[in-house]
Design a protein around this ligand. Sequence first.
Ligand code: PGA
Length: 241
Amino acid sequence: MKYVLVSNWKANFTLDEACKWFELVSNFNNPGLRIIASVPYPYIQFLAQNYRNIDVFSQNVSHVLGGAYTGEVTISMLKSVGFKGSIIGHSERRHIFNESDDVINKKVLILENNSSEIILCIGETLIERNEGRTKDVLYNQIVNCLRGFVNFNLLTVAYEPVWAIGTGVPIKIEDLVDAERFIRKIFKQEFNVDDIVLLYGGSVDKEFIKLIKNETTMNGALIGSASWDPQNFLKIIHNFV
Ligand code: PGA
């Protein structure tokens, strides 16, 4: 079983703060738990070159390969500075920057074609949940975002209910158990994959991580705000190992 904790920095941290976070967190070294930091683009090269024990990911990648696209950051740029992979389809990208499943699918395939890892985020909104459409939404996001994808060794899936992100209120653990069972079933049924690496994200803190560990068979968590203070993130790490 693979165990993974991802810290998603979002649009936070100066370079100085980034280095302090890595100084502290990279002291943790346990081969049984992989730590990933998804950092802003400008810090990838420095962090990837200077620290061990933490894998450096981006939070996005362009859906184009290069050319006249002012402001885009492409896969070849990211590979040239030593990133390992990227979060794709985070709900903030979907809802604030209007990324569709089609665009997300393009990004997933670009990463796959470049042997880079993908953390694909999926999750329903509160309206979708209240209307009883959670399972349909998850199913559609999975099959649409993974159309044409074959190399499941490169893939991690993060189930992140949109209404739980940044709200301080994680999902009820029994609902997570249910969602986990459903998502694993889709991977078996649609792709014949038994062991997809599956994370939960949405207001994970040092208490909720214990429930994930003890009451589910999820592989870990994707953590935003509770991971930004490195001491707090270390507590989450210790509660998970
Ligand atoms: P949160 O963010 O832990 O602050 O809810 C999670 C995420 O954005 O993936």
